[in-house]
Design a protein around this ligand. Structure first.
Ligand code: MN
Ligand code: MN
Length: 482
């Protein structure tokens, strides 16, 4: 019997795939683009303090880029052709931008969706009251906040009031350096011994988040002996003087209390952005800019959605749990293929693919005990690609397929997008969700993909500038992919 020859030794070649910052991968020109993009983003973030304001600023960008109101197209009896750019504004809070592709809608759309609402304090429907000699606004918080973070800091007041006469008054107080600001008082440490013994979740109650808005009573000469709340009355007089608002008008108002002041460069190296509402206006702005700057007439129709109500479960007429996207796609089908019908709408949705553009949590070495360092995004290591969210055994996650992950990964790699995988902390420690599941319900491929944050949901959130720029590049590459 012949002796078997020993097999020739194969040289195995592989490399470690490491999560690393992407600065040295960028050319000088790209670094300049990064700085410019982040400057423009910070200007947007500083002005877009509410979902309505974010909507208006995105709409302004789209209108400047030649997008036409879908309602006008319908009214004019026009149809839509490849390359046409249209928008749909919903209740001034959710905005859908569309660029018509050369293929029928039934081939599916390329979608990027982000949200423009952010955690905040909302004034109640009967908000103004006086306690002792202080006038205060009673609030109900919106979204997941850590209440202790909102006290003893300057706050601004934004929103709309619809007066009895139907006039819509826009309120914006506290952003201009010459404006007054507001605050929620905290207890001095000298009297805080009992408070300090309470667990964090109990030391500050939601009901106690009352915003200080005044302390001076009405002037003696206009003083009515029968009025008890003279400080409150003075605040009402000022509102009447400046805005023509009376107290009952609060019943038809949306007033939001948010941190006052602009977004700032963070760090001596200016490598980060500190700003309010980066969850999820960082992805929303990047998605809108990406659509506006995507080149060529697409094969599949492009759609960027910036929506409301994500932070409270996506419910309501302007949330992604509504039929808004389905109805909008139905309009597109009707305007591109008259008579195509309901089946075409269903096919269009089913064959779509989407990046659910929402922020992810960055690994924070200060809170390493809840982190899963190998599987969490790290700052400036690129945009985070999150296959699944959810909690307690991925519950509530839409869980993107390996096949779709492969497609997105290929698109990003081909376009030189610096990206990383991510997950939300240690297993069973917590969890969260995004709008992904509301679009996945149509059968389309969806994956969460966004910028990592430190201090997510805090009044001032932290994002890495490289990650912000990569979000823009990633969404643009996704829109431009064949
Ligand atoms: Mn979010
Ligand atoms: Mn959030």
């Amino acid at each position: 019997m012949a002796k078997a020859k020993p097999a020739a030794k194969k040289t195995v070649k592989t490399t470690l795939w490491k999560r690393e910052q992407g600065w040295d991968k960028l050319s000088a020109a790209e670094l300049r683009n990064l700085e410019k993009f982040c400057r423009e983003y910070m200007a947007f973030l500083s002005a877009a303090k509410t979902e309505r304001l974010a909507h208006d600023l995105c709409l302004e960008l789209a209108q400047k880029a030649g997008f036409r109101d879908l309602a006008d197209v319908l009214q004019a009896g026009d149809s839509l052709r490849p390359g046409d750019k249209v928008y749909r504004s919903w209740r001034e809070k959710t905005l859908v931008l569309m660029e018509i592709g050369s293929e029928p809608m039934e081939s599916g759309l390329t979608m990027v969706g982000a949200h423009i609402d952010a955690p905040r304090l909302d004034a109640k429907s009967y908000p103004l009251y006086q306690d002792d000699s202080l006038a205060l606004l009673d609030t109900h918080y919106y979204g997941g906040i850590k209440k202790y973070q909102w006290v003893a800091m300057p706050l601004a007041l934004h929103g709309v009031v619809i007066r009895r006469d139907g006039v819509k008054v826009v309120i914006n107080i506290g952003e201009d350096p010459s404006d007054p600001v507001f605050t929620i008082t905290d207890l001095l440490p000298h009297l805080g011994a009992d408070q300090a013994q309470k667990p964090l979740g109990k030391a500050f109650s939601g009901e106690a988040l009352n915003v200080l808005v005044g302390s001076r009573p009405v002037d003696k000469k206009v003083d009515d002996k029968n009025v008890g709340d003279k400080v409150k009355l003075r605040v009402l007089q000022l509102l009447q003087e400046k805005y023509g608002i009376e107290e009952e008008d609060f019943a038809s108002a949306e007033l939001e209390i948010v941190p006052a002041g602009p977004a700032r460069d963070l760090g001596l190296d200016r490598s980060m952005v500190l700003g309010y509402g980066q969850d999820d206006r960082v992805c929303a702005y990047s998605a809108v800019r990406a659509l506006l700057e995507s080149r060529g007439i697409p094969r599949r129709t492009r759609m960027a959605v910036v929506c409301d109500k994500e932070e409270i479960g996506s419910y309501g007429a302007t949330g992604m749990d509504s039929r808004l996207i389905e109805n909008t796609v139905a309009e597109l089908v009707a305007l591109t293929a008259p008579g195509a019908g309901n089946l075409a709408v269903r096919r269009a949705l089913e064959n779509s693919r989407m990046l659910s553009a929402d922020v992810c949590a960055l690994h924070d070495p200060g809170y390493g005990d809840v982190s899963s360092p190998n599987n969490m995004a790290k700052i400036n290591c690129g945009i985070g690609l999150c296959k699944y969210t959810g909690s307690r055994g991925k519950s509530g996650a839409s869980d993107a397929s390996a096949e779709f992950m492969a497609e997105v990964r290929r698109i990003f790699n081909d376009a030189g997008v610096h990206w990383q995988t991510c997950e939300l902390g240690k297993v069973d420690v917590g969890g969260g969700g995004t709008i992904a599941l509301y679009l996945a319900r149509y059968g389309m491929d969806v994956v969460d993909c966004g910028v990592g944050l430190l201090s997510m949901h805090a009044p001032w959130e932290v994002a890495g500038k490289l990650d912000i720029y990569m979000a823009f590049k990633a969404y643009q590459a996704f829109f431009e992919a064949k």
